[in-house]
Design a protein around this ligand. Structure first.
Ligand code: ZN
Length: 93
């Protein structure tokens, strides 16, 4: 009899987080990130290049790409609340 050792299954824990990096409407670089809060009511948009930052109210069904689309719309119609956050830890010498 004797059971065989359980075949071990490789468990790859993948965090299901699609990287959401988009093109920044301000500086044109692909360094705009969209972060959706836990409650899925708000999204924070931030450019890692020029420091652009904006907060959007979203619907729970929104995906980062939808948030981006909405933001671009708002940005171009001038209704987006945009601020620029400069990193204090700039690697400059
Ligand atoms: Zn930018």
């Amino acid at each position: 009899m004797g059971r065989r050792r359980k075949k071990y299954k490789k468990i790859v824990k993948r965090v299901r987080k699609i990287p959401s990096i988009f093109q920044c409407p301000h500086c044109g670089r692909i360094s705009l990130t969209v972060e959706i809060n836990k409650e899925r009511t708000k999204a924070i948009i931030q450019c890692g290049s020029c420091g652009l930052q904006s907060e959007l109210e979203i619907a729970p069904i929104f995906q980062p790409v939808d948030v981006y689309g909405k933001f671009i719309d708002m940005y171009h119609s001038g209704v987006a609340e945009v601020k620029f956050v400069k990193s204090e830890e700039a690697e400059e010498t």
